[in-house]
Structures are given as C-alpha cells and as structure tokens.
Design a binder for this molecule. Structure first.
Ligand SMILES: [Zn+2]
Length: 433
C-alpha cells in the first residue's frame, strides 16, 4: 500500500498511511537517518464500514490488511518503536496484527490491560486488539525525551490518558497531535494548550501534523461551562437521570460525578466496563475530587470490585427516591439492566431522562446502534437528551493552537476537510507574520 501523503525535508521523511482526508485510522511513519518510528496504529473504520455489514464480516488480519483497513506490514520492518497516542481503536488498532519483536509505547499499561480483557474473548476480529506475547509493551512518561527523540505531552481528549508527541529529529522538529480538545470537562486540571507550550518551550517547529476532526463539521460548540450548565439544570429536577459515558472518557466521568455530588445525588455505576476502569483511573490520576463514599455500584450488576464502594439496589433504592441518584451507564451495556427489570415487571420511575453523550461515533467500533437504543428507551418511557462534549477542539479554537505551535508547515489529519484547514490556517499564518 502506498502512503496517502509523503513529505520529505532534509533528513526527515513522513509517510502517512491513514488519517489523511479521513477521520480516524491514524498511522504515520517517521524516517530520520537511522531512526524509524511510527505514530499510532489505527483501524480505518471508514474502510471497514464500506466492506463489511451484517453477515459479511472480516476473514481475519490478512484480509483487513489487504483492503487497507489496518496499516501495511512492511512499515513495521526494523522500526525502533510505535507510539500510541490514546486508546481509541482508530489509534490503538489491532496489536495482535503487529509483527513479532516490535516495541509499542502506550500511555498506560494498566488501562491497556483492562481494554485487552474486554476484547480477548470476542468471537470477532476484535479479538485481535490484545497484543501477542512476542511484542514488547512499554509505558512512556510525560515531558521526557526518550532515546528516539520523542517527547510525550499530556492533552485532554475523550479517552484518558491521551498524549500528543513532539519529535526532535536530526534536522527537523515535528509535532503530532493525536486527538485533542482545548477545553477539558475538568477545565484547568488538564490544560492542553499550556502543556503543549511547556513542551515546545523555545523550540522552532518545522512540521505540525494537527488533527482537525471538527473543522468542516456541524457541531454545537459545547465547552465545559455549557456542559456544566446543561447538566446542572437537569440534575436539579426531582427525576431519575441516566447518563451514558464512554468507559474511556474519564475526564467526563469525573466532571459529571463532581456535579452529581454537588446536587446531592449519589453516583450509581450500572456498567461493568466503567467498574473495570475505575480502580486504574483512581490510581493514575490526581485530578479528581471524587468522594468515594458517594459512589455506589448497582447491586443488580453482580460485579465485584477492588475499590471500596457501597452497593445500592435499583429497585429498593434508586427507583424509590430517584432524585437522590445519578445512574451512569456506558453505551455498550446501556439497556441490559433496564430491559431485564421490565421483564421482571418492575416499573421505572416516571419522567426519567437519559442523556446520551456519545462522544466519537467514528472512532470506535459500532457495538450499539443508536437508533435501536432510542427505540428501547422510548419503549421504557424514558425521554432522551443529547449533550455531546466533543473530544476534539472546535473551529474557533484553531487559532489558539496555531499561535502556540507556529509551525513552518501544517498538515491537517483526522479530518474530511483538509483543504478547508489549509485555507484557514494559511490566512492565520499570513496575518501573524
Ligand atoms: Zn480519539
């Protein structure tokens, strides 16, 4: 497979194998004299959705590679390492498809292990997400330049933890954004722009590979303030509130938990995957003010946890005084418990509201059809709101990023509208000169 884009400057050559002119599937090969590194190993969901549907499913890694849904094998030949920016599948990809001996740097080994456990027993191609024993997994550390000239920068995104990378090459410097948003649900506790500024310091940037997912999209630019307002208004009502959160979006989980506590509600986790990740989050992060005594697990899940949390019953506790609880679900298992209770003849509280946060439809596998979910929610008598807090910066924030990067050359990735970005950024750079 040929690269989508090749750029050569002095000793540095970039080859983009996924993510140029499309959302997701990022894979960038960097060659610089004796160095050869890869940023991200993404699955190209756009390709996947063209070839497969219903009973037509992948025959395995070789077929996925042959249609270009995952990166070609030859780019991994003699590489020093792969750097994974975050755990969305359009960046992490299929670790099981990597050739033996490859070294993979990840943001968190603990969280990777949890994710691998979710997919290991899958009967589909998703079982190739976990790594085989013949590849090496290592964790990089923020702001430290490693032996290959790579400096990881913590950024805010809808998968925690997320990083951008700075590469200081022999002749050129490179910035690779991964996915990022400027405004975190945790506000200044994860300050993307300051973090990038700190890492760049006085360095002159030659090339920036910048994600531009929301450029050319039609989004309501909901930031942390708007999100808080919307959530607060709903949480003030004396009704049952259910919210779906992607189990990797720890920033959103923390922000929502803190708001629930302020409104006097006990957070009730009704999702196995969130319970799996919770202990790892609590270990890796010092950014939360969550009071563990106010988090509970729905007893109906019958799921043990290593975190000392209380158990509450949906039937005995939550449905009796719904205004005291906030039910947290995740998209994959959203309905299971509620449907089961319906069969048991339990009546759900009246006027219940479900908030769908569905962050990144193009970046994860389609495990839940939203239309089907909505049909079930209406059948259960639940009203639905959408409050989408994007994992990506909004168009009006592009200038702030460009002002900090000041790259000689900017290449938009992870967007369907690279031309629009070129036009807008060209103008910005001309104005600032
Ligand atoms: Zn992402």
């Amino acid at each position: 497979m040929k690269p989508q884009l090749t750029i050569s400057e002095d000793s540095l050559t970039l080859e983009i194998y996924g993510g140029y002119g499309e959302i997701g599937g990022n894979c960038v090969l960097v060659k610089d004299r004796d160095r050869k590194i890869v940023f991200d190993n993404g699955i190209r969901f756009q390709v996947l959705r063209k070839y497969y549907r219903g009973r037509i499913q992948p025959l395995g890694i070789n077929e996925l590679r042959s249609i270009g849904a995952i990166p070609p094998l030859n780019i991994f030949e003699d590489i020093d390492a792969i750097y994974i920016s975050h755990f969305h599948l359009d960046h992490l990809g299929l670790l099981g498809a990597l050739p033996p001996g490859v070294k993979v740097y990840v943001p968190s080994i603990d969280i990777l292990e949890v994710i691998e456990d979710w997919y290991r027993r899958s009967s589909t191609w998703l079982a190739e997400i976990p790594h085989r024993l013949n590849i090496k997994i290592e964790e990089f550390s923020a702001y430290h330049m490693d032996e290959h000239g790579v400096i990881p920068i913590p950024v805010s995104h809808s998968a925690y933890p997320s990083y951008a990378f700075l590469y200081e090459g022999y002749s050129k410097t490179l910035f690779y954004s991964g996915d990022l948003r400027v405004d975190s649900p945790l506000r200044s506790r994860i300050d993307t722009l300051s973090n990038i500024e700190r890492a760049i310091d006085s360095m002159n940037l030659d090339i920036a590979l910048l994600e531009a997912t929301n450029i050319g999209g039609i989004e309501t630019p909901i930031g942390s303030e708007e999100f808080r307002n919307i959530m607060n208004r709903i949480l003030m009502e004396n009704i049952l509130v259910i919210i779906s959160i992607d189990p990797l979006d720890y920033e959103l989980f923390t922000a929502i938990s803190e708001l629930a506590l302020l409104s006097g509600r006990t957070i009730t986790i009704a999702s196995p995957r969130i319970i799996d990740v919770l202990p790892k989050w609590l270990k890796t992060s010092n950014t939360n003010n969550i009071d563990l005594s106010r988090i509970a697990i729905a007893i109906e899940l019958e799921k043990p946890t290593t975190v000392p949390l209380q158990y509450v019953g949906l039937k005995q506790d939550v449905f009796r005084t719904p205004e005291n609880f906030l039910l947290i679900q995740e998209p994959v298992s959203f309905l299971e418990m509620l449907r089961q209770m319906r069969l048991w003849g339990e009546e759900l509280p009246r006027n219940a509201i479900a908030i769908l946060t569905t962050p990144e439809p193009l970046e994860t596998e389609l495990e839940v059809e939203e239309k089907t979910l909505i049909t079930w929610l209406y059948t259960l008598g639940i009203q639905i709101y959408r409050a989408r807090f994007s994992g990506h910066y909004y168009p009006h924030e592009l200038r702030n990023i460009v002002d900090i990067l000041k790259p000689k050359k900017l290449i938009p990735i992870h967007t369907k509208h690279p031309r629009l970005v070129y036009t807008v950024v060209q103008q910005m750079l001309e104005q600032s000169r």
